[in-house]
Design a protein around this ligand. Structure first.
Ligand code: PMV
Length: 328
């Protein structure tokens, strides 16, 4: 039997992978081919509230708008909640709000499923440990497993068939001067979503065969860079890892090219800045936008070079990041 509170609310941050997750070994449970490592984006993410629905029907509200229950977002949310309700009738209102600037082109599924998992945990008073929450969040969206934690986070792929050992771990490393800059290239183009993109890459790109070994090697290099406090190495490995992932996408059939002409313009600008001695690196996900990695000392310069750059300080002090239950 589930015991519901009157209301629960949780926040989870978005995250950017420095060593990417690309490819599933099992698609129903979102079990990855490789382990990955990310940085969480502090205050940028999703806040989700759960309360009982008086109408007897589930309701899903996204950024203040009630969604039709048959919309794909509402269906995903409801079937995720069903993992916990397992046939028991607890009609809910899931009210979810992203504070990720829509123009920044950041996916919100990672923070969305992490916040939803935490809100469900509180609403039904399940008291599940973070590792289990991370494994559940993973089933909503792989990268959501990492959004359960702040700071640097590693999602270890695990070996078990049930996936319960495939969850994230927080790393005990703090880099206060690390900055992540979001460069908006385009929000107009509808990309192929990551699930179908991964499937196409795994099934059609023979280049993908080299990915698991490369990812394992990059993960190790990133761990080393983190423990050495070596920003240049961290940035270089993250950029190389992102380009390698994109190479496997481009080698798929039909080709998966997430870049727009302006993505390439921005890449070339970053390489020119590096030539000129400015330590800035980039990473990219399944879309045309770039995420810059740099240190605080270069923030002003990069804000000038990339007008409209949204800058996040992942280790900034913040009071209300962690989730809380409110009972009314
Ligand atoms: O969690 P998903 O299914 O949205 O996949 C995320 C895929 C990448 O963003 C490209 C890489 C990553 O590790 O976040």
């Amino acid at each position: 039997k589930l015991i519901a509170t009157d209301q629960a609310e949780a926040f989870a941050p978005s995250n950017i992978a420095l060593c990417k997750y690309w490819g599933k070994r099992q698609s129903e449970l979102n079990l990855p081919v490789n382990s990955s490592l990310s940085i969480s984006l502090a205050h940028l993410g999703t806040r989700t509230q759960i309360r009982p629905s008086q109408t007897g029907e589930d309701q899903v509200v996204l950024n203040g708008q009630l969604l039709p229950v048959e919309s794909s977002f509402a269906c995903k949310v409801i079937s995720f909640v069903d993992l916990f309700r397992r046939g028991r009738s607890y009609p809910l209102i899931v009210d979810t709000r992203n504070n990720i600037p829509t123009a920044a082109g950041l996916a919100s599924s990672a923070s969305g499923f992490a916040a939803l998992t935490q809100a469900i945990n509180q609403y039904f008073q399940l008291q599940l440990p973070d590792a289990v929450l991370s494994a559940f969040a993973r089933m909503g969206s792989g990268s959501a497993s990492r959004s359960i934690y702040s700071g640097f986070v590693e999602w270890r792929m695990g070996l078990q068939e049930d996936g319960m050992d495939s969850h994230a771990y927080p790393l005990d490393i703090i880099w206060p001067d690390l900055r992540v800059g979001l460069v908006k290239v385009s929000t107009a183009v509808k990309a192929v979503d990551s699930r179908s993109g991964m499937k196409r890459t795994v099934e059609t790109a023979s280049l993908y065969q080299s990915w698991p070994a490369q990812a394992a090697q990059d993960l190790e290099k990133i761990h080393q860079a983190l423990s050495d406090g070596n920003f240049s190495e961290l940035g270089a490995v993250a950029e190389h890892n992102a380009m390698s992932m994109h190479a496997t996408m481009i080698a798929s059939w039909p080709p998966l090219l997430y870049w727009q002409p302006d993505s390439v313009v921005a890449m070339q600008k970053i390489w020119a800045l590096r030539e000129a001695g400015v330590e800035v690196y980039f990473t990219m996900d399944a879309g045309p936008n770039l995420k810059l990695l740099f240190q605080e000392k270069n923030q002003a310069l990069l804000e000038t070079e990339f007008p409209g750059l949204e800058v996040v300080a992942p280790f900034e002090a913040s009071e209300s990041l962690n989730s809380s239950t409110t009972t009314v």
